[in-house]
Design a protein around this ligand. Structure first.
Ligand SMILES: NC(=O)c1ccc[n+]([C@@H]2O[C@H](COP(=O)([O-])OP(=O)(O)OC[C@H]3O[C@@H](n4cnc5c(N)ncnc54)[C@H](OP(=O)(O)O)[C@@H]3O)[C@@H](O)[C@H]2O)c1
Length: 198
């Protein structure tokens, strides 16, 4: 069965963004990826690059891992604020929201219902894996459905920010098995963990 994969950039202290929820990798942000990090994404995960980045870098590869991306409304609006109504036109793109009523782009499907039920339905259909972009609140709601974690770990600490599964996630310890890792020059690491199912 296809997996739900939380493929996410985190700091050493487990944050995916600063406390204000703005885009840390955008202009004026504090989190700028190194060249080798971008190169690794291009080579291994080209489908996770937003459309404008794919165009700028001349990337046309379909990628082998994901054909569907799911994200929370706040993460989606980070792109929207930058003028990008569909950052992933090359993927099936679902945005979870109980407040948005009209999709800003015909390629973006709004889902108002329960994310767990929606993801279970996606898993039942065939295809490549499903990329959970985040943010943290959606990842917290989908915690029990995540089969694989790909942590793009940056050699950066924030002290405070939005944690990997949000501030409202339940205490629910789970074990994960390291299945792949790549350490990049400069200290960033891509760590792949599969959920242990005892
Ligand atoms: N480091 C990374 O790789 C990475 C990746 C993605 C995002 N981010 C960062 O994460 C931040 C945003 O994350 P966030 O945790 O604040 O928000 P988020 O998870 O992106 O979005 C939260 C919204 O998603 C919808 N949602 C969440 N749970 C839901 C549920 N159970 N049912 C239906 N809808 C649900 C709700 O939208 P409504 O209020 O409309 O109902 C909720 O307000 C931004 O700063 C972004 O830059 C970082």
């Amino acid at each position: 069965m296809r997996k739900l994969v939380y493929f996410v950039a985190t700091t050493l202290d487990g944050f995916i963004a600063g406390p204000d929820g703005s885009d840390p990798t955008g202009p004026g942000g504090f989190w700028s990826p190194a060249e080798c990090y971008i190169r690794h994404l291009v080579e291994e995960y080209p489908e996770t690059l937003p459309g404008p980045a794919r165009t700028a870098l001349g990337v046309t590869a379909e990628g082998t891992r994901f054909d569907t991306v799911v994200e929370g409304r706040k993460s989606y609006e980070t792109g929207l604020a930058a003028g990008v109504a569909n950052a992933f036109p090359h993927l099936r793109h679902l945005v979870f929201s109980r407040t948005l009523t009209e999709s800003p782009d015909p390629g973006v499907e709004l889902v108002a219902g329960d994310p767990v039920a929606a993801v279970r339905e996606l898993k039942r259909t065939g295809g490549k894996d499903i990329w959970l972009v985040g943010g943290a609140e959606l990842a917290g709601a989908l915690y029990g459905e995540i089969d694989r974690l790909v942590v793009k770990l940056s050699p950066l600490t924030l002290g405070a920010g939005i944690p990997l599964f949000g501030r409202a996630a339940d205490f629910d310890p789970r074990l994960w098995e390291l299945s792949d890792h790549t350490v990049l020059q400069g200290g960033a690491a891509f760590l792949t963990y599969d959920r242990c199912r005892a």
